[in-house]
Design a protein around this ligand. Sequence first.
Ligand code: AMP
Ligand code: GLY
Length: 428
Amino acid sequence: MMKILVVGGGGREHAIAVALSRTSETEIYSVMARKNPGIARLAKKVCLVSETDIDRIVAFAKETGVTHAFIGPEAPLEAGVVDRLSAAGVACVGPTKAAARIETDKAFCRDLMTHHHIGGNPAYRVFHDTADAIAFVKDHDGDLAIKPIGLTGGKGVRIMGEQVDLAGAIDYIHQIKGEVVLEERLKGEEFTLQAFVDGFHIVPMPLVQDHKRAFDGDTGPNTGGMGSYSMPDHMLPFVSGKDRTAALSIMASVVAAMAKDGIPYKGVLYGQFMNTSEGPKVIEFNARFGDPEAMNVLTLLSSDLCDVVTGITEGTLSAAKVTFEHAATVCKYLVPEGYPAAPKTGRPLDLGKTGDALLYYANVDERDGRLFTLTSRTLAFVGKADTLAAAERIAEHAASAVKGSVHHRHDIGTQALLDRRIAHMKEL
Ligand code: AMP
Ligand code: GLY
């Protein structure tokens, strides 16, 4: 039997807990900042504490006698949860604080790729001084992506020509005090490639596309991700076999480089790529599953996640033993009205008929058997079927049936949106 601690309380961690509990031989324990009703129902015991309170997390791990831990979000990784749990004898899925810098330090990531001659970097420069960064922006011909060096909860990037003009860019650099990576603005279609990594071996998962913008037609502000889809062949129609191989090879090179530098990477490595006219370029790496992308791939995982956990922690990961169903998935997040700027919190929600959809709880309050919105993404519905259209109908049906001050994107996983992606890629 595996006694495993799941750290985190979002939709992603609910999906991790569901996948771990598919085998009867697991006992799940949970650390989360507030009670996620879905995780709470699966866990033997729950500890409600800040996900960066490492002392309390380690104490709970010792008290419960867990042998393994699966870290969902990036904040505890940055706070060193893996270093401390490992020292206490708990085998972790998730990188050490040093290895998590691949996500938590955008300059570290770019420089690592440069020093090891790994392709896929856009042109970039790292700054630690406001005046220098501003002088560069003023001088530069063409649009830039402006990235704070540190963690921002996934909402920190500003793209010139999209969200800000030159004056806005300068303002933003002032706000973040000149600690910034300035990058060439990449043009293309985004895709996500996630992989399990045991320090040396890398096992890829199906490709997924996330949707950052709040409203249909990719309009409105950037969010944590409104939903995502994957295809039965584990590819995307605007990503060729050659593109996928190139992306995976970049990730494998990063893993090899980190091992060589003495900071081996263990856990889930998330690659976000822009498929450009010159092939895939790295937008960023995350040191964990994506949210919502975890929902797509974990719904498809047909081998045992506990075996993956031991493969990662013992360094014996093998692609031959990790299998995914050949089905399409569509994930749609319900979010509070006004999210992300001014979410309407504390509003009651009534689930309708969910049909065949899987339901993953995220940032939602359950009181006296009723659900209420909080500030972030509320509930995720996942449809799985032989075709994208059928998977979309399942997710859409369940999301539309919910009554309350929430909304979701109707276009995620539709053929119309897919056709636009394909046409966009052909234009480049
Ligand atoms: P993040 O806030 O880190 O999740 O990034 C938000 C979004 O910024 C990404 O999903 C991309 O759409 C965009 N982005 C980041 N870097 C670049 C870049 N160099 N060129 C174009 N878009 C980018
Ligand atoms: N879906 C993007 C992220 O998890 O950062």
